[in-house]
Design a protein around this ligand. Structure first.
Ligand SMILES: Nc1nc2c(ncn2[C@@H]2O[C@H](COP(=O)(O)OP(=O)(O)O)[C@@H](O)[C@H]2O)c(=O)[nH]1
Ligand SMILES: [Mg+2]
Ligand SMILES: [Zn+2]
Length: 357
């Protein structure tokens, strides 16, 4: 049994076996941290520092360059020069729209079993924000889960369960406290299972890092300790983004995000991300109903009668508009990149000039 299996290779490799004959296990690693052009990968021989092969820096779009969670093929020139030569096809990836005016996306992590939305039960609990995360995670084709931290600060858990139920997203909900230790073991048993990979997302201050530390139980970071034992004591203090828990689950911490922007792929059917709305929409009079002002809109009728929870409808409208804006902007950006837009404008100018004559 080779080390790679510990890092989730066995649940990953069957997915790619059809895409390429076979990979040499001695040259396969998994990215545990990315700092600029410097990578850390865990391999069957322990942890390695690595760089991206020069030509790939140019050849790969930013999104396609190695990210935390990626399986990569590498080439070892000598102890100190290891080059990533290829990023293996991804099982999935979680991305968000970056803050700011630029309509760009950022890949947060790849090859995930769960994306875990973390909210703190102090000031942070917010149903709309939770929905926003869930929509994006589900849109990325990843199974979501919800972890409510700082449960030492509240007494009525049922209230939060009822609130989250209103979203009808079916995501599992866990309570925990990094301070008292409540719920930590349950997370290890029921969510962070051996060989699985999860990413933690949530605003900064919700308690993600404290949770990771509680899960690590003061033990040295597992990945570091494994690399220490195989790298002849070359201990590194740099923090990694992907860690292994004592039970063998991989956990990816993300830095706090002020904003978790929604961005969907161009071809995504937006309606699919709101299955509850979709069931009503089937009975709308118009097939292209926007569910905002049309006559014979079954969604609006359900909303008016109270059958459709206002929380779902309001979020739907809000997120829909945001996604449409993003898609339009992303589309425009692409067009501009291809200079297509410029060409169209040039043609229009010429037409106008000809008309004017
Ligand atoms: N009461 C309480 N406070 C917590 C808990 N977990 C974290 N905190 C506090 O919340 C703050 C932010 O925690 P941190 O883990 O850095 O959040 P992150 O930004 O999501 O990584 C810190 O001051 C922690 O002490 C908890 O379970 N209970
Ligand atoms: Mg943190
Ligand atoms: Zn409608």
């Amino acid at each position: 049994m080779n080390n790679l299996h510990l890092y989730g290779w066995s649940s990953f490799s069957p997915k790619i076996s059809s895409s390429k004959n076979s990979y040499d296990h001695n040259q396969i690693g998994r990215v545990t941290s990315v700092k600029g052009h410097h990578y850390h990968i865990i391999t069957s021989e322990g942890e390695q520092r690595a760089e991206l092969l020069g030509r790939l820096v140019v050849a790969y779009e930013k999104e396609d360059q190695p990210k935390v969670g990626d399986w990569v093929q590498f080439m070892k020139v000598d102890e100190s020069s290891v080059f990533i030569t290829e990023v293996l096809p991804r099982k999935n990836l979680l991305f968000r729209k970056t803050a700011g005016k630029e309509h760009a996306t950022q890949v947060l992590a790849t090859n995930l079993d769960y994306a875990v939305v973390v909210q703190g039960l102090d000031q942070d609990f917010n149903l709309n924000r939770l929905e926003r995360y869930l929509v994006q995670i589900i849109g990325c084709g990843i199974t979501p889960a919800v972890v409510l931290t700082k449960c030492d600060l509240i007494s009525d858990k049922q209230y939060y369960l009822d609130e989250i139920k209103r979203l009808q997203r079916g995501a599992e909900v866990f309570f925990c406290s990094s301070q008292t230790g409540e719920g930590i073991l349950e997370l290890e048993m029921n969510l962070f299972k051996p060989g699985s990979t999860s990413v933690l997302v949530g605003s900064s201050g919700v308690g993600k890092s404290s949770l990771v530390n509680a899960l690590l139980k003061e033990a040295a970071r597992a990945i570091d300790s494994i690399s220490t034992s195989t790298n002849k004591g070359k201990h590194t203090t740099t923090t990694r983004d992907m860690l292994m828990l004592a039970n063998g689950a991989m956990l990816i911490d993300t830095p706090g995000m002020r904003e978790f922007g929604l961005g969907v792929n161009e071809n995504t059917d937006l309606g699919q991300q709101f299955p509850v709305i979709e069931t009503y929409a089937q009975n709308c009079k118009f097939s292209d109903c926007s569910h905002t002002n049309e006559e014979g809109c079954a969604v609006l009728a359900a909303y008016a009668s109270g059958e459709l929870d206002a929380v779902i409808y309001d979020n739907y409208i809000k997120l829909m508009k945001e996604q449409q804006r993003f898609q339009t902007k992303a589309y425009e950006r692409k067009q501009e990149q291809r200079q297509f837009g410029k060409m169209v404008r040039d043609v229009q100018k010429i037409k106008k000039r000809l008309k004017g004559k």
